[in-house]
Design a protein around this ligand. Structure first.
Ligand SMILES: [Zn+2]
Length: 235
């Protein structure tokens, strides 16, 4: 069972949950969302960050395997369709930005490629949705450290205040669909949502291709998977 807001796996006793029917009908929240509700409505992901999906994201990010974009954009579209009944019919699609120098170095922002590919796919599969890719609405004002070596509280500190919104590129009162490749602890999505809401977005929805679960993140912080993972977590 997953948190209805962020998608974190819930470590609950199903037997006792069965009797708490009022809580089940509301949908359960994980302890992070309970303690500190995010400013986004819901975060969905196509699948857990592991196996082939992890390899494909790696290829998209570091080897510039742009041929993968269409395939991965299709998977992201699957995840976005989960919002169908809840999100508004008109969404401004915003990709999580890279810091300018990092984007120059890489030559592209993988989240932006994914966002464009997913929107193309959704125009065919959900033509009733009006989705507009908006670039330049959100930017990263400083080069944040690699999130990999940080534990969850340090990750939050690392991205705090790191994003800014150019209000001329964001329609007041709009609903935003925020796109990223991986949802790790949610620190980035939370911070982007905060900036977007502050700039006048009515609601923010988050969709990522992959989602790490907390035990995975704890292993990375402890260095169990070694140095190879380091780059993966640095946007
Ligand atoms: Zn949650």
């Amino acid at each position: 069972m997953l948190c209805r807001c962020c998608g974190e796996a819930l470590d609950i006793d199903l037997e006792s949950a069965r009797f708490a029917s009022h809580r089940l009908t509301e949908g359960l929240l994980c302890r992070f969302c309970k303690a500190s509700p995010p400013q986004f409505e819901q975060a969905v992901a196509y699948a857990v960050y592991e196996g082939e999906l992890r390899e494909m994201i790696h290829l998209l990010k570091y080897e510039r395997m742009s041929g993968l974009t269409r395939l991965l954009g299709g998977l992201l579209a699957d995840a976005i369709l989960a919002f169908r009944t809840e999100a508004g019919a008109e969404l401004e699609v915003v990709a999580v930005p890279l810091f300018a120098s990092k984007q120059r170095q890489r030559g592209y922002n993988q989240s932006e490629l994914l966002a464009r590919a997913a929107v193309k796919e959704l125009q065919l599969r959900a033509p009733e949705w009006r989705l507009h890719c908006v670039s330049g609405a959100l930017s990263r004002r400083r080069d944040t450290r690699s999130q990999f070596e940080l534990n969850p509280p340090a990750r939050r500190g690392n991205v705090r205040g790191a994003f800014e919104v150019d209000r001329t590129n964001l329609r007041p009162g709009c609903e935003v669909l925020l796109i990223d490749d991986i949802y790790t602890t949610g620190a980035t999505a939370r911070e982007c949502a905060k900036a977007l809401r502050r700039a006048g977005a009515a609601k923010v929805w988050v969709a990522t291709l992959a989602r790490a679960q907390m035990p995975q993140v704890a292993m990375w912080s402890a260095g169990v998977q070694g140095i190879q993972t380091e780059q993966e977590e640095s946007n």
